[in-house]
Design a binder for this molecule. Structure first.
Ligand SMILES: [Zn+2]
Length: 140
C-alpha cells in the first residue's frame, strides 16, 4: 500500500484535490494518543457509508500483519460488517477540504493507538453526524 504523510495534498486520477490521512509508512512512526471516543465508531460507519476506490486486493496491516479484518458497523441495523484494507474513506469536511484515508485507519486507531490529525478527526465526526444511519443501496 502506498504511504503518504498525513495532511499531504494530492490530486486523484479524476483531478480532485484531496488530503491524505492514515497512509502510514511501515518504516516510520506515527502519532499515538487517546482519540475522541466518538472517532472509532464514526470511522467504522464511514467505511460503510463513504467507501470509495474498492480494490480487488486486501491490504494487511504493515505493523501486526492482520488481514481480512471485519468490523461490525455500529448503529446501522442490518449493515453488513465492513472489511478493512480493500477500500478508502472519502469525506469532505465543513471547510470543503476533501480527505482520503484507507479503511485500515479503523484498525490503526483501534489496535495501534494511531491518532489522526485533528482536522481529519473533526471532519470525520462532522460528516458522520450528518450521514443518515441507514442501509446503503448495495446492502439492501
Ligand atoms: Zn495492525
Amino acid at each position: 500500500m502506498v504511504s503518504h504523510a498525513d495532511l499531504c495534498g494530492f490530486t486523484t486520477e479524476t483531478g480532485q484535490v484531496m488530503v491524505a490521512v492514515g497512509w502510514l509508512d511501515p518504516r516510520g512512526g506515527f502519532p499515538v494518543g487517546a482519540a475522541d471516543p466518538r472517532l472509532l465508531p464514526a470511522l467504522t460507519r464511514l467505511c460503510y457509508t463513504h467507501e470509495q476506490n474498492l480494490t480487488r486486493a486486501c491490504y494487511q496491516c504493515p505493523y501486526c500483519l492482520a488481514h481480512h479484518v471485519f468490523r461490525d458497523v455500529p448503529e446501522i441495523p442490518g449493515a453488513r460488517p465492513v472489511l478493512l484494507g480493500n477500500a478508502e474513506i472519502h469525506i469532505v469536511g465543513p471547510d470543503g477540504v476533501a480527505y482520503a484515508a484507507p479503511t485500515l485507519v479503523v484498525h490503526y486507531v483501534e489496535e495501534h493507538g494511531y491518532l489522526p490529525p485533528r482536522p481529519f478527526v473533526e471532519a470525520a465526526l462532522w460528516v458522520d453526524a450528518r450521514t443518515p444511519r441507514e442501509l446503503q443501496e448495495w446492502n439492501r
